[in-house]
Write a protein that binds this ligand. Sequence first.
Ligand code: ZN
Length: 377
Amino acid sequence: MSRRSDASSALQLVPAAHGFATGDPTTDPTAPRYGPCLVPELPDVELYVEHVRRRTLGQALEQVRVASPFLVRSFDPPLRATFGLPVTGVRRLGKRIVLDLGSDLHIVLHLMIAGRLHWKPPKAKVPGKVGLAAFDFASGTLVLTEASTRKRASIHLVRGEEGVASQDPGGIEPLAADDEAFREAIRRENHTIKRTLTDPHVFSGIGNAYSDEILWRAKMSPVRLTNAMTDEEIARLRVATQATLREWLDRLAREAGDDFPERVTAFRDEMAVHGRYKKPCRACDGPVQRIAYASNESNYCPRCQTGDKLLADRGLSRLMRGDWPKTLEEFEQRKRERTVANEPEESLPRAQEKTAAGARARAEAPAAIPPKRRTGR
Ligand SMILES: [Zn+2]
């Protein structure tokens, strides 16, 4: 793979040894402060699905006690239409959990960031503050909580498979995808690979945590543009995606054993790079780095994934005066704004070396840091 064709070369790349402007809170006052990313992703949701299925399949849903007025987002049919219906299936739909019931009714539950499930004895109380709802079965109670002041978890009650499909963002199932389907999904739009992997309209169930792990395993830069990827790279990414997700499915199932999973978090010690900023990479021992947005971050290993370059962009951060992009979309947009007009992003560095236009662009670009300042730290 050519470094020049990598999207990251359109950023101001600096050798990792210099170690600046990476959003490090100890040296960078603009660095965002936030907790670890907690959105349950495919392996976590599958684990819930398996354990809810074991406990509820074939049983009647006696009633649903709803404690939060914001939880149920559908009106027709009313939730009480489900009372007394048997559970005929439990499945995952992207990051959502579907409870299939008799009469072709389906409860689609989206945990969002902080929504969690718990299995309690029959008629268990819905806990105050964090409790959203309780699903009563003869054998126990499935309790839904959300440990966040912003209540974002949701329930939709829908009729028929069309109703279920209306809740599906439409991404392909990464574990079922063959080479061709995977390649088609990757190339549908030209974005950074990090954004494409985490786009629920492209791939089902992959979020910030597992995409970090997948890209690390594939030894790929998170900001590589999908249209620049070769068939070989996409094939390698598919292998890494499936291996990573399978490994975690197995690990989580093993850890939970017969107990209902109470430790669902996308932040785990065993991860290779996600949530391991500054800690040693599992493969090369080098420090894990990050690209930070307002409420999120990507972790990666420079040595294993980016040819030892930091994806920090000192010029970009100066331009934004500490206003880091909130989303990958915004990050890409700002990158694009800084790219010379009509010049394909990946050929930018070469164009800058060879042409007068490039020299002009270099002089004008806020990211152009004089060499002596670059080595000054
Ligand atoms: Zn490494």
